[in-house]
Design a protein around this ligand. Structure first.
Ligand code: IMP
Ligand code: MG
Length: 187
């Protein structure tokens, strides 16, 4: 299999990702039977996963988005989070499912959950496509997980490195030489 430039290895191919997304959609549809769910996507990485997941839901659902930025190095989260775009919807009394691309340290999502919980949704759950358990610094209760992956920097299917590679239809491991090039010489 030929691999795109910047990709060291394909970790999860397109068929594997799509199959898992379909299974998650079926599971969520069963769990939320009889309820309406508001999917809250975290921009920008979750957009691709969320669009596919939503098409696998058989329950009434709506979407909304938040954009947050964490101050940190290119491949590390600092836990200091700023809301760049807030939700349009009032989530009080609603069934909210936060959709994330990946949970790494957990710091970003932990902050986000605290913020959302204060708005009194009826239920608040997380669905993350990927999780790196080895990297977790703070416990986040994740109800739905696509895949547990090893501690490697991944790109594709929404995940970026310096805003690139989101369009890859699979999840790949970033060529480690690129990480070194981006982080060395940083101020
Ligand atoms: P956390 O706060 O450390 O959990 O970081 C979560 C965010 O960091 C994710 O939403 C991604 O935007 C980014 N991130 C963490 N690991 C990766 C990765 O392997 N590839 C791409 N982005 C990542
Ligand atoms: Mg993200």
């Amino acid at each position: 299999m030929t691999v795109d430039h910047g990709v060291a290895e394909v970790l999860l191919d397109e068929a594997t990702v799509q199959e898992r997304v379909a299974a998650l959609g079926a599971e969520i549809s069963a769990d939320f039977e009889g309820r309406e769910v508001l999917l809250v996507g975290v921009l920008k990485g979750a957009v691709f996963f969320m669009a596919d997941l939503m098409r696998r839901l058989s329950i009434p659902c709506e979407i909304d988005f938040m954009a947050i930025s964490s101050y940190g190095a290119a491949t590390d989260s600092s836990g200091v989070v700023r809301i760049l775009k807030d939700l349009d919807a009032n989530i009080a009394g609603r069934h909210v499912l936060v959709v994330e691309d990946i949970i790494d340290s957990g710091l970003t999502l932990s902050y986000l959950m605290r913020t959302l919980r204060a708005r009194r949704p009826a239920t608040l759950e997380i669905c993350a496509l990927l999780t790196k358990p080895e990297r977790r610094e703070i416990d986040v209760p994740v109800r739905y997980v696509g895949f547990e992956i090893p501690n490697r920097f991944v790109i594709g299917y929404g995940l970026d490195f310096a805003e690139r590679y989101r369009n890859l239809p699979y999840i790949g491991v970033l060529d480690p030489d690129l990480v070194t090039a981006a982080t060395s010489g940083a101020p």
